[in-house]
Design a protein around this ligand. Structure first.
Ligand SMILES: C[S@@+](CC[C@H](N)C(=O)[O-])C[C@H]1O[C@@H](n2cnc3c(N)ncnc32)[C@H](O)[C@@H]1O
Length: 341
C-alpha cells in the first residue's frame, strides 16, 4: 500500500484506506495488480477514491458514474494519467445497469467491486452558485445535475404548504416543519424566494430561540430536505443498491458510505435483507436456494477515527457498511460483535 495518499483536489476522500482495504480482496482475485477486475465508482465526484484505487492496483479498470457534469470534468482531469483504464459516465447511479451495458458488462455478476460515497462533494458545497450551502448567499438552485427541471426555488415558490411540510418533515426530520412551511408560504406571497440567504432568514425566524442554540445550524435540516427533494436522492439510492448488488460476481464486494441517517437507514435495511434472504435481488418473490447471497464485512456501521475527523471534518458524519457476495450454496457468515451503531 502506498505510504502517501493521492493529491488533494479540494475534496478529501473519506475512509479511503479502509475502502481500499475492504474492496482489494475482490479486485485482486485474478491477479495481485487488479488485472481483469472491474470496479464501479458510482459516485465519482472529484475522483478522489478512484485515484486511490487506480494507483494501488495498476491493472484495475474503473467505471466512474456521476450525475454532475462538473464533477466528471474535474475527475477526468485528475484521472488523466489512468485514461486507458477508466470509463466515465454521466448518469444517476440508479442508471448503473444501463451504464454497465454500454461497456458490455450488461450481464449480472460481471463486476468485482462497487463503491458509493453518497451526498454532495466539497466542491459542490464550495461552489456558492450551486446553492447547496446555507453558509453562502447564492441562488436557490441545489441541482446536482443542471439539466434537472426543478430547482429548490421552484419547490419553495410553487409547492402547497402541506407538500412543503412533508418535505421538511420527511427529508429533514425537522420538528418545526409546520412553522417553517407556514412562514415560507406567507413570505412568498409578497416576494418569491430567489436566494439561500432569504431561506436561511425565514428558517431562523421560524425556530424558537432556545431550539436555535442546539443541533447545529438552524437551516441545516431544511437545506438537506430541499436538496434531497430536488435531486430525488433517496429514490435513486433505493433502486441503485439492488442494481449494484445484482451486478456483483460471486466474491464481489460493495462498500457504501452515508453521511446522514435517512440514507444510512436505507443502506442498513437493504444490506440486512440481502444477508438474511435468498430472494433474487430485484425480484419480489422468494425462491429458496436461488439468487445472490451476501455476508456482511462490517460490524454495524464503521466510523472515521478521531485523527481523520480532525483533519477532514466531512468524515465526522460518515457511516460505512460493506457486503461480499458469496456462493449461492454457501451459508451466509454474519459479522459478529457489537450491535449496530
Ligand atoms: C461525496 S461525492 C464523491 C466524492 C468522491 N468519492 C471523491 O473522493 O472525490 C458524491 C458525488 O456523488 C454524486 N451523486 C450524488 N447523487 C448521485 C446520484 N443519484 N447519481 C449519480 N451521482 C450522484 C454527486 O454529484 C457527487 O459528485
Amino acid at each position: 500500500m502506498a505510504a502517501e495518499g493521492p493529491r488533494d483536489f479540494g475534496h478529501v476522500p473519506v475512509l479511503a484506506r479502509r475502502c481500499v482495504e475492504l474492496l482489494t480482496p475482490a479486485l485482486t482475485r485474478r491477479h495481485p495488480d487488479g488485472s481483469g477486475a472491474v470496479l464501479v465508482d458510482a459516485t465519482l465526484g472529484a475522483g478522489g477514491h478512484a485515484e486511490w484505487f487506480l494507483r494501488e492496483l495498476p491493472g484495475l479498470r474503473l467505471i466512474g458514474l456521476d450525475r454532475d457534469p462538473g464533477a466528471l470534468d474535474i475527475a477526468r482531469d485528475r484521472l488523466a494519467p489512468f485514461a486507458e483504464r477508466i470509463a466515465l459516465v454521466r448518469t444517476r447511479y440508479d442508471g448503473l445497469a444501463a451504464a454497465l451495458a454500454e461497456f458490455s458488462y450488461g450481464a449480472a455478476e460481471s463486476i468485482d467491486g462497487v463503491l458509493f460515497d453518497l451526498g454532495v462533494s466539497s466542491m459542490q458545497l464550495d461552489r456558492a452558485a450551486r446553492g447547496f450551502a446555507y453558509a453562502k448567499d447564492a441562488p436557490l438552485d441545489m441541482r446536482m445535475d443542471p439539466d434537472l427541471p426543478r430547482t429548490a426555488a421552484d419547490i419553495l415558490n410553487t409547492y402547497d404548504e402541506a407538500a412543503l411540510v412533508d418535505i421538511l418533515h420527511r427529508y429533514g426530520e425537522e420538528r418545526f416543519a409546520r412553522r417553517i412551511a407556514g412562514r415560507i408560504v406567507r413570505q412568498r406571497a409578497h416576494t418569491p424566494f430567489t436566494s439561500t440567504a432569504e431561506l436561511v432568514a425565514v428558517v431562523y425566524q421560524s425556530i424558537p430561540a432556545a431550539a436555535r442554540r442546539t443541533g447545529g445550524h438552524p437551516a441545516k435540516r431544511t437545506f438537506q430536505a430541499l436538496r434531497i427533494a430536488v435531486n430525488e436522492e433517496l429514490d435513486s439510492l433505493r433502486s441503485a443498491l439492488p442494481a449494484a448488488m445484482a451486478a456483483l460476481c460471486v466474491g464481489g464486494r460493495i462498500v457504501v458510505m452515508a453521511y446522514q441517517s435517512l440514507e444510512d437507514r436505507i443502506v442498513k435495511r437493504v444490506f440486512a435483507d440481502a444477508v438474511a434472504s435468498r430472494t433474487p435481488i430485484g425480484l419480489p418473490i422468494e425462491l429458496p436456494g436461488h439468487g445472490p447471497r451476501f455476508r456482511s464485512l462490517t460490524h454495524g456501521a464503521e466510523r472515521a477515527d478521531a485523527a481523520e475527523m480532525e483533519s477532514n471534518p466531512r468524515s465526522t458524519a460518515v457511516r460505512l457498511r460493506a457486503l461480499q457476495r458469496i456462493d449461492h450454496e454457501a451459508e451466509p457468515r454474519r459479522a459478529t460483535g457489537k450491535g449496530d451503531s
